[in-house]
Design a protein around this ligand. Sequence first.
Ligand SMILES: [Zn+2]
Ligand SMILES: [Zn+2]
Length: 577
Amino acid sequence: MAKKKESDKDLETLRHSAAHILAHAVKELYPDAKNTIGPAVEEGFYYDFENLDITPADFKTIERKMKEICKKNYPFEKKEVSLAEIKKMFKNNKYKIELAEEFKKAGDKLTIYQDGDFADLCRGPHVESTGKVKAFKLIKIAGAYWRGDQKNKQLTRVYGIAFPSKEELKDYLHKIEEAAKRDHRKIGKELELFSFHDCAPGMPFWHPKGTIVWNELIKYWREEHHKAGYGEIKTPIILNKELWEQSGHWKHFKENMYFTKVDNQDYALKPMNCPGGIQVYKNRVRSYREFPLRWAELGLVHRHELSGVLAGLFRVRSFTQDDAHIYCVDDKQLKEEIKGVITLTDKIYKKFKFDYHVELSTKPEKAMGDAKLWEKAEKALADAMKELKKDYKLNPGDGAFYGPKLDFHLKDALGRTWQCGTLQLDFQLPINFDLKFMGADGTENHKPIMLHRTIYGSIERFIGVLIEHVAGKFPIWVSPVQVKILTVADRFNDYANTVAKKMFDAGIRVDVDDRAESIGKKVREAQLQQINYILVVGEKEVKDKTVTVRTRDNKVHGAEKIDAFIKKVVKEIQERA
Ligand SMILES: [Zn+2]
Ligand SMILES: [Zn+2]
């Protein structure tokens, strides 16, 4: 695990101290509640209580009490105590006694921390006094079992967040609110992009509009890969057991795979594209002159995830990887190929205005392949980054057992990061599949170096991230509906349809709204549908052969000649502006 920064530790201490204050307040307000544990967690803290029957409506009262405790500025006083003292102090709280007995057994000193008249069994550390906790908020309630064991009694878990300043708390709350507004599941429904159904849990169904988004991403991807010298392959999604045994998946990945039996033979749905792709490689003898080989594959893979972890497009059971496998003959080629992947990834992320950072993960303790090979491969990854003048974060020992890797983490408009792209060296599969090539020496005694890489990662997840990044406001080239023409009254419908036909013929995705609704309502609906250009037509527009242009940000841009408008929009689409 990465070492924690000093500021992270401070924040953790602050949040854990806030958990004490929460327990203090709860005990004053609900004397029969039994407090158990209250750690800091990522982005906040929680405290688990037995016998606490509250709802979020009670948060105000509890927060008010917490504020009182903060205002009193009680110091957190540490005191060493004996097990006997603990048993006396917490005679009504078996949880604390259980913990104390455990600490004692482990040879730890027993300490309590007291603020005002509230004392808690704890190892610390805490902030100096309750007054240091200046900005907090209770967030939610959940059920939790003591020690996570369902056989134990269910406790009430109260979650909160705390920050060193009110501004940071405000920023955080704003971000949460904004994230909820941008939730891709919500926007996906509103814009009719995709849905999920009980007949295939965790496997998205793409609607016509969502499929447009999908196809536009793929079209762009294909163009860029073609320019970068990739070939594209397609392989089956069902492959037999022998193949998965050879690849090692049958042994190491079985619990995440789907199976089927055909003619009494075992088959599996592919969880990864590599073993299928390798069959294309092995179809004939490869000569060193052919390398590097760059083969991309948009492969639909299935991985069984527990139903509890499924989350919209972010965590699914079937997804399409924008995979590619690259085979090289030597170190020089390897470095050039790595640079090529980094450059292509950079170009594609920039197209969507994503910032990103890269992490380099090196040899773990349990690794296959000799140390020299690893050293060379890690150096190739690091040198490629350096030569391209790119920074990266080093994660020592975090590589896969079969090779080192670079991971690309996207940063979205809310500052959240998403690991999407990856570039992995693989020393294992070329051995498992006995990959060879014919060298300049005329023998087949040569092993290629294999690279796996993705840029979008999973197309499904990337679309989810993109939706939240742009809050449903797709760039025009991606938008399912780019232009909508709204008529002021029925008698302008013919004109609207003629204009729409012209745009359609020019390759613009255009709709007409000729319903007998008020123009205000039609504009509002088109804005909510995140249409890039909303055109209003009435008397004046028909007479002047124009359209009045508005954008989804509620700006009115005025009248434009039809042909000039079409030309401008077509250019924007083609340039993927
Ligand atoms: Zn504590
Ligand atoms: Zn692969």
